[in-house]
Design a protein around this ligand. Structure first.
Ligand code: SAM
Length: 215
C-alpha cells in the first residue's frame, strides 16, 4: 500500500489504556478519526493546544475580512500546519470556517476591528514588538524572495479583488511581493499566505528535529 491506508485515523485503543491526563477516554474507547498528526492520537483538544503552545513559532498571520473572504479558512489551516503563534482577522468577525477543516480549534484566532488595532496588538506582544509586513504585489513592494524574513513578524494579506486596503498599506512597516511569471495579476491569497509562511519556515524553523512532521 504505497500511499498509506485509505481510512483516516485509528480505531479503539487495543490493550491496557495508556496513563496520562492528555488522553481522552472517549477517543480511546471509540477511536480517533481526527485529522491530527500521530503524536496527538487519542489526546484531548486541550492537551493538543497546550502542547502546541509550547512550540509555536514567532510568526503571526493576519487577513483583512471586509467581504467574508473565502480564503480565511485555508489560511488558518496553513497557519496551523506551519505553527503560527496567532492568526488575526481584521474587520468582520464572521468568516467561513469550511476551509479550516477544524484547525481553527487548535489556533489562537484573534479578531480586530481594524488594522490600527492589529498593529497595537503586535506592538504589545510579550518579548517585544512584532513587525507588520503587508504581503501584496503593489507598486513599490519589495521582493519577498530576496529579503531576509525577520523572526518576529506578522504577515498581513488582503482580499480577493481589492487586495490590501489603504489603511492596511499605511499601517505596514513595508509591503512585499511574490514574483509571478504568467499572465494573471495575482495568485490566490491563501496560496500567497502559504508561500510567505514557508519563507519564514525556511529561514527560522528547526527542520532537524522530530517536530517537523512529514507524514
Ligand atoms: C487576489 S489578490 C488581490 C489584489 C492584487 N494586488 C491585484 O492586483 O490583483 C488577494 C491577496 O492575495 C495576496 N497576493 C496575491 N498575489 C500576490 C503576489 N504575487 N505577491 C504578494 N501577495 C499576493 C495579497 O495579500 C493580496 O492582497
Amino acid at each position: 500500500m504505497p500511499h498509506g491506508p485509505a481510512e483516516v485515523g485509528v480505531g479503539p485503543w487495543e490493550g491496557p489504556w495508556p496513563e496520562g491526563e492528555q488522553y481522552d477516554a472517549a477517543l480511546l474507547a471509540e477511536g480517533d478519526r481526527r485529522n491530527v498528526v500521530d503524536r496527538y492520537r487519542y489526546w484531548t483538544l486541550e492537551a493538543i493546544v497546550a502542547d502546541l503552545d509550547l512550540r509555536r513559532h514567532d510568526f503571526h498571520v493576519a487577513i483583512e475580512n471586509w467581504q467574508h473572504d473565502f480564503n480565511i479558512g485555508t489560511i488558518v489551516r496553513s497557519a496551523n500546519a506551519f505553527l503560527a503563534r496567532e492568526v488575526h482577522i481584521v474587520g468582520n468577525r464572521r468568516w467561513n470556517r469550511r476551509g479550516a477543516m477544524v484547525t481553527d480549534r487548535y489556533q489562537h484566532v484573534v479578531h480586530h476591528p481594524d488594522v490600527p488595532a492589529l498593529a497595537a496588538h503586535l506592538r504589545e506582544q510579550p518579548g517585544g514588538p512584532v513587525a507588520l509586513w503587508g504581503i501584496d504585489n503593489l507598486p513599490g513592494s519589495l521582493p519577498l524572495e530576496t529579503t531576509d524574513v525577520p523572526r518576529r513578524v506578522c504577515f498581513l494579506f488582503g482580499q480577493e479583488g481589492p487586495g490590501l486596503s489603504g489603511p492596511a498599506r499605511e499601517a505596514c512597516d513595508a509591503t512585499f511581493s511574490i514574483a509571478q511569471f504568467g499572465s494573471t495579476r495575482s495568485i490566490n491569497a491563501s496560496a500567497a499566505a502559504a508561500i510567505a509562511m514557508h519563507a519564514w519556515v525556511r529561514a527560522h524553523a528547526d527542520l532537524s528535529g522530530v517536530d517537523a512532521w512529514r507524514g
